[in-house]
Design a protein around this ligand. Structure first.
Ligand code: ATP
Ligand code: MG
Length: 255
């Protein structure tokens, strides 16, 4: 396997006339945990959405497990893969959103087993067994028949994490997974993510939880105005604070 599970080179993206990325390069190795920090509007969500092909991008390449995602070259022209191929490529990534995005009318068990049945083509019994196993792993074995409205925000987010990992993606992408939660529920979600990291999952995590990023990350990326302004180990980013922009950004956090 390629050393880099995810390799981004020269990524450029526009929203209409707004240029969001100025050529982003990022490498994530298998088993690595990379946190992305940065001010509002710096492009963190858009970067994850490009990797998951929820957004188009106009230049640059994203390789996942050695293969280009989204676009390929044909007759020296850049072409978007067919939606069928894109749907398959999207399965390489598992996305966890700030707002959980669970189906409100379905139980936790149904939310987690749905993709296993519809996409992975498991039988209902196999899918439910697998879903129960993951719900147990995130500490929700007593809530498998509850609907999202009957669960706390932290519990809902843990269902969403179980749903993402159950699909066995190559890489997990978290977009501020705890920022919609009451402070007392943040810890339980971060603990689940830490456990996945300890089990060797490859993850990219957009977060404003600086202490968590410090503890869990192999590498921290500081985005500023559509560029990766600094990148390094947690110690390099949080202790050395090499640039003025980084110092200024981090000074707005207590930890
Ligand atoms: N769908 C869209 N259409 C037009 N512009 C967009 C769209 N989504 C994001 N943008 C713009 O792209 C830039 C990057 O936005 P993005 O959401 O990636 O930032 P972010 O770093 O995730 O911010 P936050 O910390 O607030 O979540 C911003 O200038 C934003 O206004
Ligand atoms: Mg965002």
């Amino acid at each position: 396997m390629d050393e880099n599970l995810l390799q981004i080179r020269g990524l450029e993206k526009w929203f209409g006339t707004l240029k969001v990325f100025e050529g982003v390069d990022l490498d994530v190795k298998a088993g690595e945990v990379v946190s992305i920090i940065g001010a509002s509007g710096s492009g963190k969500t858009t970067l994850l959405r490009c990797v998951n092909l929820l957004e188009t991008f106009q230049a640059g390449t994203i390789l996942l497990d050695g293969n280009p995602v989204g676009y390929h070259e044909a007759n020296s022209k850049r072409k978007r893969f067919s939606e069928r191929v894109i749907a398959r490529q999207r399965l390489l990534t598992g996305m966890v959103f700030q707002q959980f995005n669970l189906f409100p009318h379905m139980t936790a068990l149904c939310n987690v087993s749905l993709g296993l049945i519809k996409v992975k083509k498991l039988s209902k019994a196999e899918a439910e067994k697998e879903a129960s196993r993951w719900l147990e792993r995130v500490g929700l074995s007593d809530k498998i028949h509850s609907r999202p409205s009957q669960l706390s925000g932290g519990q809902q987010q843990r269902v969403a994490i179980a749903r993402a990992v159950a699909m066995n993606p190559k890489i997990l992408l978290f977009d501020e997974p705890t920022s919609a939660l009451d402070p007392e529920l943040v810890g339980e979600v971060l603990n689940v993510i830490k456990q996945l990291a300890a089990d060797g999952a490859t993850m990219v995590i957009v977060t404003h939880e600086m202490r968590f990023a410090y503890e869990v990350s192999d590498k921290v990326v500081f985005m500023d105005k559509g560029k990766i302004a600094s990148m390094g180990t947690p110690a390099e980013i949080f202790e050395e604070r090499k640039s003025d922009r980084l110092k200024e950004f981090l000074s707005t956090f207590n930890s």
